[in-house]
Design a protein around this ligand. Structure first.
Ligand SMILES: Cc1ncc(COP(=O)(O)O)c(C=O)c1O
Length: 406
Protein backbone atom coordinates (compact mmCIF):
# COMPACT_ATOMS: atom_id res chain seq x y z
CA UNK A 1 0.00 0.00 0.00
CA UNK A 2 1.42 3.40 -0.95
CA UNK A 3 1.82 5.85 1.93
CA UNK A 4 -0.79 8.23 0.45
CA UNK A 5 -3.29 5.37 0.42
CA UNK A 6 -2.40 4.35 3.97
CA UNK A 7 -2.84 7.93 5.17
CA UNK A 8 -6.28 8.21 3.58
CA UNK A 9 -7.39 4.80 4.81
CA UNK A 10 -6.46 5.62 8.40
CA UNK A 11 -7.90 9.15 8.23
CA UNK A 12 -11.33 8.15 6.90
CA UNK A 13 -13.98 8.98 9.50
CA UNK A 14 -15.68 5.88 10.89
CA UNK A 15 -18.96 7.08 9.41
CA UNK A 16 -17.45 6.73 5.92
CA UNK A 17 -16.81 3.00 6.36
CA UNK A 18 -17.03 0.79 4.44
CA UNK A 19 -15.29 2.75 1.74
CA UNK A 20 -13.82 2.15 -1.67
CA UNK A 21 -10.53 3.96 -2.17
CA UNK A 22 -9.12 4.25 -5.68
CA UNK A 23 -5.46 5.14 -6.02
CA UNK A 24 -5.36 7.03 -9.32
CA UNK A 25 -1.61 7.78 -9.38
CA UNK A 26 -0.97 4.04 -8.91
CA UNK A 27 -3.39 3.31 -11.76
CA UNK A 28 -1.67 5.86 -13.98
CA UNK A 29 1.71 4.34 -13.27
CA UNK A 30 0.44 0.80 -13.86
CA UNK A 31 -1.25 1.55 -17.18
CA UNK A 32 1.80 3.53 -18.34
CA UNK A 33 3.94 0.44 -17.69
CA UNK A 34 1.50 -1.70 -19.65
CA UNK A 35 1.61 0.73 -22.57
CA UNK A 36 5.40 0.93 -22.47
CA UNK A 37 5.62 -2.87 -22.68
CA UNK A 38 3.42 -3.20 -25.76
CA UNK A 39 4.74 -2.91 -29.30
CA UNK A 40 3.48 0.09 -31.23
CA UNK A 41 1.18 -1.99 -33.39
CA UNK A 42 -0.65 -3.36 -30.38
CA UNK A 43 -3.52 -1.11 -29.34
CA UNK A 44 -4.83 -1.15 -25.80
CA UNK A 45 -8.54 -0.89 -25.10
CA UNK A 46 -9.82 -0.98 -21.53
CA UNK A 47 -12.83 -3.25 -20.90
CA UNK A 48 -15.11 -0.85 -19.02
CA UNK A 49 -17.07 -3.73 -17.49
CA UNK A 50 -14.21 -4.30 -15.03
CA UNK A 51 -14.82 -0.93 -13.38
CA UNK A 52 -16.54 2.01 -14.97
CA UNK A 53 -15.97 4.47 -12.13
CA UNK A 54 -15.92 7.90 -13.83
CA UNK A 55 -12.58 9.02 -12.44
CA UNK A 56 -10.97 5.70 -13.30
CA UNK A 57 -12.22 6.01 -16.88
CA UNK A 58 -11.02 9.62 -17.14
CA UNK A 59 -7.62 8.62 -15.79
CA UNK A 60 -7.32 5.76 -18.25
CA UNK A 61 -8.54 7.81 -21.20
CA UNK A 62 -5.14 9.52 -21.45
CA UNK A 63 -3.31 6.21 -21.69
CA UNK A 64 -5.42 3.80 -23.74
CA UNK A 65 -6.33 3.76 -27.42
CA UNK A 66 -9.99 3.32 -26.56
CA UNK A 67 -12.61 1.55 -24.46
CA UNK A 68 -14.47 -1.70 -24.94
CA UNK A 69 -18.09 -1.53 -23.82
CA UNK A 70 -20.59 -4.36 -23.59
CA UNK A 71 -23.98 -2.69 -23.23
CA UNK A 72 -25.92 0.39 -24.25
CA UNK A 73 -25.53 1.61 -20.67
CA UNK A 74 -21.74 1.38 -20.79
CA UNK A 75 -21.74 2.97 -24.23
CA UNK A 76 -23.75 6.01 -23.06
CA UNK A 77 -21.66 6.29 -19.86
CA UNK A 78 -18.29 6.17 -21.63
CA UNK A 79 -19.31 8.47 -24.49
CA UNK A 80 -20.60 11.09 -22.08
CA UNK A 81 -17.56 10.90 -19.80
CA UNK A 82 -14.80 10.85 -22.37
CA UNK A 83 -16.26 12.08 -25.65
CA UNK A 84 -14.04 11.46 -28.63
CA UNK A 85 -12.29 8.41 -27.20
CA UNK A 86 -12.73 5.44 -29.58
CA UNK A 87 -15.20 2.76 -28.52
CA UNK A 88 -15.53 -0.88 -29.47
CA UNK A 89 -18.97 -2.27 -28.65
CA UNK A 90 -19.06 -6.02 -28.00
CA UNK A 91 -21.03 -8.56 -26.02
CA UNK A 92 -23.82 -11.02 -26.72
CA UNK A 93 -27.51 -10.22 -27.16
CA UNK A 94 -27.30 -6.64 -28.35
CA UNK A 95 -30.79 -5.22 -28.61
CA UNK A 96 -32.21 -3.22 -31.50
CA UNK A 97 -32.06 -0.12 -29.28
CA UNK A 98 -28.43 -0.75 -28.39
CA UNK A 99 -27.40 -1.25 -32.00
CA UNK A 100 -29.26 1.90 -33.01
CA UNK A 101 -27.54 3.80 -30.23
CA UNK A 102 -24.17 2.46 -31.36
CA UNK A 103 -24.82 3.56 -34.95
CA UNK A 104 -26.02 6.98 -33.81
CA UNK A 105 -22.96 7.37 -31.63
CA UNK A 106 -20.70 6.31 -34.50
CA UNK A 107 -18.79 3.75 -32.44
CA UNK A 108 -15.45 2.91 -33.97
CA UNK A 109 -16.00 -0.88 -33.91
CA UNK A 110 -18.94 -3.19 -33.47
CA UNK A 111 -18.09 -6.75 -32.48
CA UNK A 112 -20.70 -8.92 -34.15
CA UNK A 113 -21.69 -12.03 -32.22
CA UNK A 114 -23.92 -13.91 -34.69
CA UNK A 115 -25.43 -13.92 -38.17
CA UNK A 116 -28.73 -12.78 -36.67
CA UNK A 117 -27.03 -9.82 -34.99
CA UNK A 118 -25.38 -8.90 -38.30
CA UNK A 119 -28.75 -9.00 -40.09
CA UNK A 120 -30.32 -6.91 -37.32
CA UNK A 121 -27.55 -4.35 -37.72
CA UNK A 122 -28.09 -4.22 -41.49
CA UNK A 123 -31.80 -3.68 -41.00
CA UNK A 124 -31.01 -0.60 -38.88
CA UNK A 125 -28.16 0.77 -40.93
CA UNK A 126 -29.96 3.00 -43.45
CA UNK A 127 -27.39 5.15 -45.23
CA UNK A 128 -24.93 4.91 -42.35
CA UNK A 129 -21.77 2.82 -42.25
CA UNK A 130 -20.52 0.43 -39.61
CA UNK A 131 -17.04 -0.93 -39.01
CA UNK A 132 -17.26 -4.41 -37.65
CA UNK A 133 -15.22 -7.30 -36.36
CA UNK A 134 -16.76 -10.76 -36.48
CA UNK A 135 -16.38 -12.50 -33.12
CA UNK A 136 -15.27 -16.07 -33.59
CA UNK A 137 -15.49 -18.87 -31.09
CA UNK A 138 -12.35 -20.77 -32.02
CA UNK A 139 -12.14 -24.40 -30.93
CA UNK A 140 -8.68 -24.10 -29.37
CA UNK A 141 -7.62 -25.60 -26.07
CA UNK A 142 -6.97 -22.75 -23.64
CA UNK A 143 -5.73 -25.04 -20.86
CA UNK A 144 -6.59 -24.48 -17.18
CA UNK A 145 -8.07 -20.97 -16.81
CA UNK A 146 -10.25 -19.04 -14.38
CA UNK A 147 -13.03 -18.62 -16.94
CA UNK A 148 -13.26 -20.28 -20.36
CA UNK A 149 -15.48 -18.38 -22.82
CA UNK A 150 -14.99 -20.62 -25.88
CA UNK A 151 -17.70 -23.15 -26.64
CA UNK A 152 -20.33 -20.98 -24.92
CA UNK A 153 -22.81 -18.42 -26.25
CA UNK A 154 -20.07 -15.98 -27.23
CA UNK A 155 -19.22 -15.31 -30.87
CA UNK A 156 -19.71 -17.75 -33.73
CA UNK A 157 -18.33 -21.09 -34.77
CA UNK A 158 -15.89 -20.62 -37.65
CA UNK A 159 -18.31 -22.10 -40.23
CA UNK A 160 -20.79 -19.33 -39.47
CA UNK A 161 -18.30 -16.66 -40.50
CA UNK A 162 -18.76 -17.62 -44.15
CA UNK A 163 -22.49 -17.06 -43.86
CA UNK A 164 -21.76 -13.60 -42.50
CA UNK A 165 -19.45 -12.90 -45.45
CA UNK A 166 -22.31 -13.85 -47.79
CA UNK A 167 -24.69 -11.52 -45.97
CA UNK A 168 -22.17 -8.66 -46.10
CA UNK A 169 -21.46 -9.13 -49.80
CA UNK A 170 -24.62 -7.20 -50.63
CA UNK A 171 -24.26 -4.64 -47.83
CA UNK A 172 -21.63 -2.06 -48.76
CA UNK A 173 -22.35 0.02 -45.63
CA UNK A 174 -20.82 -2.65 -43.44
CA UNK A 175 -17.03 -2.73 -43.50
CA UNK A 176 -15.34 -5.85 -42.26
CA UNK A 177 -12.24 -4.73 -40.41
CA UNK A 178 -11.23 -8.11 -39.04
CA UNK A 179 -11.88 -10.64 -36.30
CA UNK A 180 -12.48 -10.59 -32.58
CA UNK A 181 -11.60 -13.49 -30.30
CA UNK A 182 -11.89 -13.52 -26.50
CA UNK A 183 -11.56 -17.08 -25.27
CA UNK A 184 -10.49 -17.06 -21.65
CA UNK A 185 -9.87 -15.06 -18.50
CA UNK A 186 -7.03 -15.62 -16.09
CA UNK A 187 -4.12 -16.55 -18.35
CA UNK A 188 -0.59 -15.58 -17.45
CA UNK A 189 1.73 -14.13 -20.10
CA UNK A 190 3.17 -17.31 -21.57
CA UNK A 191 -0.11 -19.22 -22.13
CA UNK A 192 -1.71 -15.97 -23.28
CA UNK A 193 1.02 -15.63 -25.92
CA UNK A 194 0.53 -19.21 -27.03
CA UNK A 195 -3.17 -18.48 -27.40
CA UNK A 196 -2.56 -15.31 -29.41
CA UNK A 197 -0.21 -17.26 -31.66
CA UNK A 198 -2.89 -19.90 -32.29
CA UNK A 199 -5.50 -17.23 -32.96
CA UNK A 200 -3.31 -15.35 -35.43
CA UNK A 201 -2.25 -18.54 -37.22
CA UNK A 202 -5.88 -19.50 -37.61
CA UNK A 203 -6.99 -15.99 -38.61
CA UNK A 204 -4.22 -15.71 -41.21
CA UNK A 205 -5.23 -18.96 -42.88
CA UNK A 206 -8.91 -18.08 -42.70
CA UNK A 207 -8.36 -14.72 -44.36
CA UNK A 208 -5.90 -16.02 -46.99
CA UNK A 209 -8.30 -18.80 -48.04
CA UNK A 210 -10.97 -16.17 -48.66
CA UNK A 211 -8.80 -13.56 -50.31
CA UNK A 212 -9.30 -11.19 -47.41
CA UNK A 213 -6.50 -8.81 -46.51
CA UNK A 214 -6.64 -9.15 -42.75
CA UNK A 215 -5.73 -5.84 -41.12
CA UNK A 216 -7.09 -6.13 -37.63
CA UNK A 217 -7.54 -8.75 -34.95
CA UNK A 218 -8.76 -8.11 -31.42
CA UNK A 219 -7.66 -10.94 -29.14
CA UNK A 220 -9.72 -9.83 -26.15
CA UNK A 221 -8.71 -9.51 -22.52
CA UNK A 222 -8.30 -12.07 -19.77
CA UNK A 223 -4.74 -11.26 -18.68
CA UNK A 224 -4.29 -13.05 -15.38
CA UNK A 225 -4.55 -11.49 -11.93
CA UNK A 226 -3.32 -13.70 -9.12
CA UNK A 227 -5.25 -12.93 -5.94
CA UNK A 228 -3.32 -15.56 -3.98
CA UNK A 229 0.07 -13.98 -4.81
CA UNK A 230 -0.59 -10.24 -5.23
CA UNK A 231 3.00 -9.36 -6.31
CA UNK A 232 2.74 -11.84 -9.20
CA UNK A 233 1.48 -9.24 -11.67
CA UNK A 234 0.90 -10.28 -15.30
CA UNK A 235 4.28 -10.12 -17.03
CA UNK A 236 3.55 -7.29 -19.45
CA UNK A 237 7.18 -6.90 -20.65
CA UNK A 238 7.37 -10.62 -21.56
CA UNK A 239 3.94 -10.44 -23.18
CA UNK A 240 4.88 -7.34 -25.19
CA UNK A 241 8.16 -8.87 -26.35
CA UNK A 242 6.36 -12.07 -27.35
CA UNK A 243 3.71 -10.12 -29.27
CA UNK A 244 6.43 -8.27 -31.15
CA UNK A 245 7.93 -11.60 -32.26
CA UNK A 246 4.54 -13.09 -33.09
CA UNK A 247 3.48 -10.11 -35.16
CA UNK A 248 6.76 -10.01 -37.06
CA UNK A 249 6.41 -13.71 -37.88
CA UNK A 250 2.76 -13.79 -38.82
CA UNK A 251 1.45 -10.48 -39.92
CA UNK A 252 3.76 -7.58 -40.66
CA UNK A 253 0.82 -5.22 -41.36
CA UNK A 254 -1.73 -6.34 -38.83
CA UNK A 255 -3.06 -4.10 -36.06
CA UNK A 256 -3.52 -6.20 -32.96
CA UNK A 257 -5.86 -5.03 -30.22
CA UNK A 258 -6.18 -6.27 -26.68
CA UNK A 259 -8.99 -5.33 -24.29
CA UNK A 260 -8.03 -6.24 -20.72
CA UNK A 261 -10.12 -5.11 -17.77
CA UNK A 262 -9.21 -6.89 -14.54
CA UNK A 263 -5.43 -6.71 -15.01
CA UNK A 264 -5.64 -2.93 -15.55
CA UNK A 265 -7.72 -1.78 -12.58
CA UNK A 266 -7.68 -4.59 -9.98
CA UNK A 267 -4.61 -3.23 -8.19
CA UNK A 268 -5.72 0.40 -7.77
CA UNK A 269 -8.78 -0.35 -5.65
CA UNK A 270 -9.12 -0.89 -1.88
CA UNK A 271 -12.21 -1.86 0.06
CA UNK A 272 -11.77 -0.48 3.55
CA UNK A 273 -13.86 -1.63 6.44
CA UNK A 274 -13.76 -2.36 10.15
CA UNK A 275 -14.14 -5.28 12.54
CA UNK A 276 -17.58 -5.00 14.21
CA UNK A 277 -17.43 -8.20 16.20
CA UNK A 278 -14.95 -10.95 16.85
CA UNK A 279 -16.12 -14.28 18.15
CA UNK A 280 -15.29 -17.94 18.36
CA UNK A 281 -17.53 -20.62 17.00
CA UNK A 282 -16.56 -24.21 17.76
CA UNK A 283 -13.02 -23.07 18.38
CA UNK A 284 -12.66 -21.07 15.22
CA UNK A 285 -12.27 -17.26 15.14
CA UNK A 286 -14.64 -15.17 13.00
CA UNK A 287 -14.26 -11.43 12.45
CA UNK A 288 -17.57 -9.88 11.43
CA UNK A 289 -16.90 -6.84 9.28
CA UNK A 290 -18.97 -3.79 8.41
CA UNK A 291 -20.18 -4.47 4.87
CA UNK A 292 -19.38 -7.74 3.12
CA UNK A 293 -19.77 -9.51 -0.20
CA UNK A 294 -22.75 -7.30 -1.13
CA UNK A 295 -20.06 -4.61 -1.58
CA UNK A 296 -17.14 -6.81 -2.63
CA UNK A 297 -18.40 -9.92 -4.36
CA UNK A 298 -15.05 -10.70 -5.98
CA UNK A 299 -13.89 -13.38 -3.48
CA UNK A 300 -17.28 -15.11 -3.54
CA UNK A 301 -17.47 -14.95 -7.33
CA UNK A 302 -13.93 -16.20 -7.86
CA UNK A 303 -13.70 -18.42 -4.79
CA UNK A 304 -10.53 -16.92 -3.41
CA UNK A 305 -9.42 -15.21 -0.21
CA UNK A 306 -9.27 -11.48 -0.79
CA UNK A 307 -5.83 -10.24 0.31
CA UNK A 308 -5.93 -7.64 3.07
CA UNK A 309 -3.95 -5.47 5.48
CA UNK A 310 -4.89 -5.01 9.12
CA UNK A 311 -4.69 -1.40 10.30
CA UNK A 312 -4.79 -1.52 14.10
CA UNK A 313 -6.98 1.00 15.84
CA UNK A 314 -5.78 2.04 19.28
CA UNK A 315 -9.02 3.48 20.60
CA UNK A 316 -11.24 1.34 22.81
CA UNK A 317 -13.71 3.25 24.97
CA UNK A 318 -16.12 0.46 25.94
CA UNK A 319 -16.19 -0.63 29.59
CA UNK A 320 -15.71 -4.33 28.74
CA UNK A 321 -12.73 -6.28 27.37
CA UNK A 322 -12.00 -5.77 23.70
CA UNK A 323 -12.62 -8.99 21.75
CA UNK A 324 -9.51 -10.11 19.91
CA UNK A 325 -7.80 -12.98 18.11
CA UNK A 326 -4.05 -13.51 18.47
CA UNK A 327 -1.68 -15.64 16.39
CA UNK A 328 -4.42 -17.75 14.96
CA UNK A 329 -6.41 -18.21 11.77
CA UNK A 330 -9.43 -15.94 11.40
CA UNK A 331 -12.26 -16.01 8.88
CA UNK A 332 -13.37 -12.56 7.76
CA UNK A 333 -17.09 -12.41 7.08
CA UNK A 334 -19.61 -9.68 6.31
CA UNK A 335 -22.96 -8.67 7.79
CA UNK A 336 -25.15 -10.79 5.52
CA UNK A 337 -27.27 -13.63 6.84
CA UNK A 338 -25.64 -16.26 4.68
CA UNK A 339 -22.63 -18.53 5.25
CA UNK A 340 -21.45 -17.48 1.79
CA UNK A 341 -20.65 -13.96 2.95
CA UNK A 342 -16.95 -14.77 3.35
CA UNK A 343 -14.20 -12.41 2.23
CA UNK A 344 -11.21 -14.45 3.42
CA UNK A 345 -11.11 -17.79 5.14
CA UNK A 346 -8.80 -19.00 7.92
CA UNK A 347 -6.05 -16.47 7.45
CA UNK A 348 -3.33 -16.29 10.13
CA UNK A 349 -3.27 -12.96 11.94
CA UNK A 350 -0.90 -11.74 14.61
CA UNK A 351 -3.62 -9.76 16.28
CA UNK A 352 -7.08 -8.64 15.25
CA UNK A 353 -9.46 -6.72 17.47
CA UNK A 354 -12.91 -5.22 17.28
CA UNK A 355 -12.49 -1.71 15.86
CA UNK A 356 -9.39 -2.50 13.76
CA UNK A 357 -9.60 -1.49 10.13
CA UNK A 358 -9.21 -3.94 7.29
CA UNK A 359 -8.11 -2.74 3.87
CA UNK A 360 -8.83 -5.36 1.23
CA UNK A 361 -6.43 -5.05 -1.68
CA UNK A 362 -7.03 -5.78 -5.37
CA UNK A 363 -10.57 -4.44 -5.16
CA UNK A 364 -10.47 -2.26 -8.28
CA UNK A 365 -12.02 -4.68 -10.78
CA UNK A 366 -15.27 -6.68 -10.80
CA UNK A 367 -15.78 -5.59 -7.19
CA UNK A 368 -18.45 -3.00 -6.30
CA UNK A 369 -19.97 -3.09 -9.79
CA UNK A 370 -20.66 -6.86 -9.73
CA UNK A 371 -21.97 -6.95 -6.15
CA UNK A 372 -25.57 -7.45 -5.04
CA UNK A 373 -25.93 -4.04 -3.38
CA UNK A 374 -29.59 -4.31 -2.52
CA UNK A 375 -29.48 -7.48 -0.42
CA UNK A 376 -30.40 -6.72 3.23
CA UNK A 377 -30.51 -2.95 2.57
CA UNK A 378 -27.26 -2.12 4.34
CA UNK A 379 -25.84 1.32 3.51
CA UNK A 380 -23.66 1.59 0.43
CA UNK A 381 -19.95 2.28 0.83
CA UNK A 382 -18.52 5.74 0.33
CA UNK A 383 -16.09 6.35 -2.54
CA UNK A 384 -12.77 8.18 -2.39
CA UNK A 385 -10.08 8.88 -4.94
CA UNK A 386 -6.47 9.59 -4.28
CA UNK A 387 -5.23 11.97 -6.89
CA UNK A 388 -1.94 13.77 -7.09
CA UNK A 389 -1.20 16.15 -9.93
CA UNK A 390 -1.56 14.02 -13.08
CA UNK A 391 0.99 14.42 -15.83
CA UNK A 392 -1.11 14.95 -18.95
CA UNK A 393 -0.15 12.50 -21.68
CA UNK A 394 -1.38 12.69 -25.28
CA UNK A 395 -3.68 9.76 -26.01
CA UNK A 396 -2.31 7.44 -28.68
CA UNK A 397 -4.13 7.32 -32.04
CA UNK A 398 -6.54 4.52 -32.94
CA UNK A 399 -5.52 3.00 -36.25
CA UNK A 400 -7.85 3.60 -39.13
CA UNK A 401 -6.88 1.34 -41.99
CA UNK A 402 -10.00 0.56 -43.91
CA UNK A 403 -10.76 -2.84 -45.27
CA UNK A 404 -13.68 -3.82 -47.46
CA UNK A 405 -14.44 -7.38 -48.30
CA UNK A 406 -14.37 -7.92 -52.00
C1 LIG B 1 -15.24 -9.76 -24.82
C2 LIG B 1 -14.48 -9.44 -23.58
N1 LIG B 1 -13.41 -8.64 -23.67
C3 LIG B 1 -12.69 -8.30 -22.57
C4 LIG B 1 -13.05 -8.77 -21.33
C5 LIG B 1 -12.22 -8.36 -20.15
O1 LIG B 1 -11.67 -9.47 -19.54
P1 LIG B 1 -10.67 -9.29 -18.30
O2 LIG B 1 -11.30 -8.34 -17.38
O3 LIG B 1 -10.54 -10.68 -17.75
O4 LIG B 1 -9.37 -8.77 -18.86
C6 LIG B 1 -14.16 -9.62 -21.19
C7 LIG B 1 -14.54 -10.15 -19.89
O5 LIG B 1 -15.46 -10.90 -19.72
C8 LIG B 1 -14.90 -9.97 -22.35
O6 LIG B 1 -15.97 -10.77 -22.28
Amino acid sequence: MRSATYDLVTALPEGDLPAYVYDLPALREHVSRIRAALPERVELLYAAKANSDPRILRTLADHVHGFEVASGGELAHVRALVPGVPIAFGGPGKTEQELTRALDAGVERLHIESEHELRLLLSLLGDRTADILLRVNLPVDVGPVALAMGGGPFGMDPVQLDRCLDVMASAPGVRLRGLHVHLASGLQARPQLTLVDKILTWAGTWARDRGIDLTEVNVGGGMGVDYTHPPRVFDWPAFGAGLRRTLARHHPHLTLRIEPGRSVTAYCGWYVTQVLDLKFSRGHAFAVLRGGTHHLRTPAAKQHDQPFHVIPDATWLRPWPRPEARDEPVTLVGQLCTPKDVLASRIMVERLRVGDRIAFAMAGAYAWNISHHGFLMHPHPTFHHIDEAPAPAPRPPYSTHAHRIS
